[in-house]
Design a protein around this ligand. Structure first.
Ligand code: DAH
Length: 339
């Protein structure tokens, strides 16, 4: 019996050395120490021993049980450590590797330009206001001195929603809304989206952006208009820019003008960029028509004002020599990244 016990001890030791994981250890525990295990089986035969032998074998059996238990615990610790070691190796991080650069988004070129323009106007004491894109016929046309049968309506291909509701074709209705709400002095710009039923091509889009400007006070003259716009254009296009005011017609201003900038490519000689003109058209402007003032309950005998409107896309196209307006709306990052 003593030999049997010693054999169990040796076998258990060998098996333990071979056990590779927790599961194998548990199997061994059951095999040697469990109720139906090998050691238990031997102890069950103790009855056949003599009174002298029994305590000796009993003690030996207990020693072996304790020994196997200890070994099991020790082996379990070894296996745990080996597992941790393996995991650490697998999850190793090389802290000297370069990091992944996070791509930062940035502003759209139209917004870059608009923010610059806003800054300049804020510096001149202007407020920035906005108006609805879904607008009444009254504000978009009627109050701006374009009655229902006015031929100039045809030049602005309008998206009508109902007979008297439309998508605004210009930011000029914000002039009327502002004058209705606020008494002079008024100094505002109003940037925003406008809509015209135009087919898409390199210079047309059914949606584009305008920036409207309006100044109303006592004693405002065309000289104020010229001075203000010259300051703005020089800030935007450089101090050496040359501008000219060319007579034009708008129903809501009298007199009216268009402002051109001398072509920065050929300095007035005429080239491909300015289509041989020497000048590039930038914006429309004029003195607010007395009828528009009185439509807004502002007395044209007391107050006068000037207004202007410019297309944001055009300004940016001129500035960066971009020849296709569609680039602004296609969101191709190869284009957008250049700004
Ligand atoms: N609203 C005009 C357009 O869309 C632009 C314009 C011209 C606005 C003259 C003005 C102005 O305020 O005075 O063509």
């Amino acid at each position: 019996m003593k030999e049997q016990l010693e054999t169990i001890r040796k076998k258990a030791e060998q098996d333990l050395l071979r056990a590779a994981d927790k599961k194998a250890l548990e199997d061994l525990r059951i095999r040697y120490l469990g109720k139906k295990g090998e050691l238990t089986a031997i102890l069950k035969q103790m009855g056949s021993l003599s009174a002298e032998e029994r305590p000796v074998i009993g003690q030996l059996a207990n020693q072996i049980r304790a020994h196997i238990e200890e070994e099991l615990t020790a082996r379990a610790a070894e296996i745990r450590e080996a597992e941790t070691e393996r995991r650490l190796k697998k999850e190793k991080i090389d802290v000297t590797l370069p990091g992944k650069r996070r791509e930062l988004g940035h502003k759209h070129p139209l917004n870059i330009e608009l923010d610059e323009i806003k800054e300049i106007f804020i510096g001149l004491g202007f407020d920035i206001v906005s108006g609805p894109e879904v607008e009444y016929d009254y504000y978009n046309f009627e109050a701006l001195n374009l009655p229902k049968d006015h031929p100039a309506r045809d030049t602005q291909d309008t998206f009508y929603i109902t007979d008297n509701i439309l998508l605004r074709t210009q930011t000029s209705p914000v002039q009327v809304r502002t004058m209705e709400k606020q008494k002079p002095p008024i100094r505002i710009i109003s940037p925003g989206r406008v809509y015209r039923s135009d087919a898409v091509d390199a210079t047309h889009s059914p949606l584009f952006h305008q920036i409207e400007g309006l100044v109303v006070d006592k004693g405002i003259t065309f000289a104020n208009l010229k001075g203000t716009l010259e300051v703005i254009i020089k800030r935007l296009y450089g101090e050496d820019s040359v501008v000219r005011f060319r007579p034009h017609h708008f129903p809501f201003t009298e007199p009216s003008a268009e402002v051109d900038i001398q072509c920065f490519n050929c300095h007035g000689e005429g080239c491909r960029l300015c289509k041989g003109e020497g000048w590039i058209e930038l914006l429309g402007c004029g003195m607010v028509h007395p009828k528009v003032l009185s439509n807004c309950n502002i007395d044209p005998e007391v107050y006068s004002g000037f207004a202007f409107g410019m297309g944001l896309e055009r300004l940016v196209m001129r500035k960066y020599n971009i020849d296709d307006m569609r680039l602004f709306f296609e969101n191709d990052v190869r284009f957008l990244k250049q700004f």
